[in-house]
Design a protein around this ligand. Sequence first.
Ligand code: AMP
Length: 403
Amino acid sequence: MTGTRVLVLNSGSSSLKYQLLDMRDSSRLAAGLVERIGEQTSRLKHTPLAAGGDAREADGPIADHDAALKAVAQELARDGLGLDSPDLAAIGHRVVHGGMFFTEPTVIDDAVIAEIERLIPVAPLHNPANLTGIRTARALRPDLPQVAVFDTAFHTTMPESAARYAIDPRIADRHRIRRYGFHGTSHAYVSRATAELLGKAPEDVNVIVLHLGNGASASAVRGGRCVDTSMGLTPLEGLVMGTRSGDLDPAVIFHLARVGGMSMDEIDTLLNKRSGLFGLCGDNDMREIRRRIDEGDEAAALAFDIYVHRLKKYIGAYYAVLGTVDAVAFTAGVGENAAPVREAAVAGLEGLGLAVDPGRNAVRGDRPRIVSPDAARVAVAVVPTDEELEIATQTYALVGKNT
Ligand code: AMP
């Protein structure tokens, strides 16, 4: 392997996010996003981080992912970072669902693509979009190693007691129903970075990771291995999220269908897109919710309380799963930025050794930091996640091993 650069691609149904990293020092050379692919109003936003200078934006129709990646390649070439460069060592793809089959990052070949395709029934929204990105990138650079990094992989270490639902295993197995978990790349990165923050090896610490973004999930990580996580067959289970309900009695669905007369698709949309913070108060941005609370808005205050109550329940549950806890790590948009959420989530948990120091918790920053008092038994930490760096690191390590 000669090159040291890795291109990370995160391909959605109508978007393509990318970052180009130099793995000699993990620095970011360029980053960007193509939005509304397939529409008349597509937009490419490219930030030439290494070259400096302002972000460049281009509006106008971009027909498909192939055209999107070619437009990205052109922007990179303008910065002297073209995808035909021998400095490019590999392309790393985020793939949402790897089922039970993919427990590690995997070099992509036709058999891997076929297996990701086979998982489409359990990830109907995400895997087809991820596959489009993979096919497009392979067509552009067929000679280059491409690696799939799976959102589910970190959770494949969960014991059966945590991974299985309490339903007939024959039915579960026939339909591949089990708890897979998601955001695994982030949980892996943050649990390791938290151990580093504590000055310990990942094998020596137990961490509860709270990934609180627009999607949100918690995980219990024992000695570097995931033993439980809050998302399940799909990302709908678990915490209250921006637009997803998280946990609810499954009978709510029967009730909405039988008594409410709603179709399955309508219920799916309700629970995934119109619930959570948004469903409760009409806003899914925590900044806006806090602003409304400050103005005395009751719906926003109740949404916040429901969000925090669920979060606290999961902290308690994962404390019990782990037995001893060294750190609780907050990450992603809400976890990294919303001090009131961190404060409220651990309020009253002093008996478990959990507390935040109000002064430390209020300080903003983009470095990993501890926000609990020095004397606290359990560290409460804010650890910014970096999924792109984790995908690039895993990709580069795998390609280096294979050459
Ligand atoms: P993510 O999915 O990790 O990008 O997180 C996005 C969410 O983070 C947004 O919907 C907001 O709710 C939240 N967020 C971002 N910045 C802030 C901030 N400064 N304060 C509070 N919440 C924030």
